[in-house]
Write a protein that binds this ligand. Sequence first.
Ligand code: DGY
Length: 322
Amino acid sequence: MKPKVLVTREVFDETFDFLARFFEIESNQSDAPLTPAQLANRLADKEGALTTLSERIDAALLAQCPKLKAVCNIAVGFNNIDLKACQAHGVMATNTPGVLDDSTADFTLALILATARRVTEAEQYLRAGKWSGWKLKQFLGTDVHHATLGILGMGRVGQAVARRAHGFEMTVLYHNSRRLSAEVEKNCGAAYVSMDELFARADILTVHTPYSPATHHLLGAAQFAKMKPGAILINAARGGVVDDTALIEALKRGTIAAAGLDVFENEPTLNPDFLKLTNVVLTPHIASSSEATRRRMAMLAAENLVAALTTGKPPNLLHPPA
Ligand code: DGY
């Protein structure tokens, strides 16, 4: 008998076919998010789960899933998973590091350019039939080339953004919980500065920290006040790292000039005030969503699940066994 697993959301055919070689699968290919009660119900007799960042895996859920041995997230971020609770229940948890760095960095550059050069605002104007002709002062934006880029959180994605920024001849500064080696700094062409110096000097500040209690509202009113008046904020990391209410206020007051956001607090519910602002570019958490990358993420998560339930040693285990 094959072990039973749950696939919580729609996946690619090749991911499904791969898992089917090893497991009896119950799946939610309709892709409608499961409520916590539905998730608990479906996981009650399962040994493994292929999950996404939309499902909360916590102590309350795990208490209802006595057979569960592995939860494999299709994401590098894992703030939806309570690792301590997993450990306490003897459940392995995994993520998908490495495979989405370049796509996320590409998209960060897309957000930087779209925000600085007002691409979506201008397109909406054109689509609304408002364009009556070329004007000298139309949609004046901010130059990206030769600007100072501040990177807050210099892990794999932050480093990939830094390397790309040199194509625009930007000055690259970074702050990270620990300073990188001289070799990595050289490779990224990035100079380490304090957080306050980063805020004071960056024309464009891009966030690449994971979300955890330690980074909750890392950027709020006090930090926006330290930034340059014309500065732009980019967040393609996680909602919650930025205090959305404070950001909206800062954007309204002109404390900072604009923001490009792929992630939000309480997503997919958006603070409606974002929609009223013209100085924001808003996208629905798609920074890693190139077809090749999303396929790789799903397959890596599936490989973790197979390894977890067949060898007990998934390649991307997030915590030591209990
Ligand atoms: C991740 O992998 O954490 C991304 O946010 C998913 O899109």
